[in-house]
Design a protein. Structure first.
Length: 296
């Protein structure tokens, strides 16, 4: 008779337990250190294009942000208002000055009076009603060219409507009798005025008929009066036959052979000295050569 397994005499073995395997430790991640021994290569062409595109997009976004309503809009309004105020501040006075608001209403003349001042106002009558800022010195010069009494002038514009003309008049130094009357002439041989009667303060000029160099003769006569000034005895008459032949007649004294226009100061000094030591009854003094003065 057979014995079943596990009978007497057979050792009983415990049931086999499932074998458990020990978990293997997880491997540690290796750490690598990147060393920059060499510079990084420049970005590729496509990267540069992407950077430029990003910069352009950023600029467009900033421009759009500035156009948005809010604080930037208020800033633009403030800036626009300031610009408009500046335009009005500068432009309005110019508009008023050059526009019809400030026309010339008054012409003031200084430096001369009487008939001469009236002649200046009459010559400038066409400027009345024009904007005062548009009246130029050239316009005034053209108008006053027909006023002999004016030698030169200066112009002052005084808004709202005053034109001031300061005149330097011509000073007559000689008088000459003509068919029109007594002409009063200045040092430049310009007729300042014409009167019916003789002036008691101006020397009488005589230029003999047939004198070929009238301009030279007149220039020498005017130069002699200028060299003598106001300290010498008053000259009552001047005879000019040429540029080198001028004779002066002194009030209550002798005639003076002046000669030409050269050495005017020396001639004046010689004449003063001769008048101080001249013998009574002398009728002629020749200072045409101031180093040698002759008395007759």
């Amino acid at each position: 008779m057979s014995r079943p397994p596990g009978g007497i005499g057979t050792p009983i073995r415990p049931p086999a337990m499932p074998q458990q395997h020990a978990e293997a430790p997880e491997p540690r991640e290796s750490i690598r250190t990147l060393r920059l021994d060499r510079p990084l290569p420049p970005p590729a062409h496509s990267d540069r294009q992407a950077i430029r595109a990003a910069v352009r997009a950023r600029k467009r976004a900033e421009a759009a942000e500035r156009r948005r309503p809010g604080v930037p809009r208020r800033r633009r309004l403030i800036a626009g208002g300031a610009g408009l105020g500046l335009v009005l501040l500068v432009g309005l006075p110019l508009l008023l000055a050059f526009g019809p608001v400030f026309p010339v209403r008054t012409i003031q003349v200084t430096g001369v009076s009487g008939a001469a001042a009236g002649a200046v106002r009459s010559a400038l009558g066409a400027e009345l009603g024009r904007p005062v800022a548009l009246v130029s010195e050239q316009d005034v010069a053209r108008a006053l060219a027909h006023v002999p009494a004016v030698e030169r002038f200066s112009l002052v514009r005084r808004p709202p409507g005053t034109l001031e003309v300061a005149v330097v008049p011509r000073i007559p130094v000689l008088q000459q009798r003509t068919a029109a009357g007594w002409e009063r002439l200045d040092a430049a041989h310009v007729v300042v005025s014409v009167a019916s009667g003789q002036s008691g303060s101006l020397p009488v000029l005589t230029i003999p008929a047939g004198t070929t160099d009238v301009a030279g003769a007149y220039a020498t006569a005017a130069a002699a009066l200028r060299a003598l000034g106001t300290s010498a005895p008053r000259v009552t008459a001047v005879r000019a036959s040429g540029a080198d032949d001028v004779v002066l007649t002194l009030e209550g004294g002798p005639s003076v052979q002046w000669g030409g226009a050269e050495q005017g100061a020396a001639k004046a000094e010689a004449l003063h000295a001769a008048l101080r030591r001249a013998a009574r009854g002398a009728t002629q003094i020749d200072v045409s050569s101031p180093g040698v003065v002759l008395t007759r």
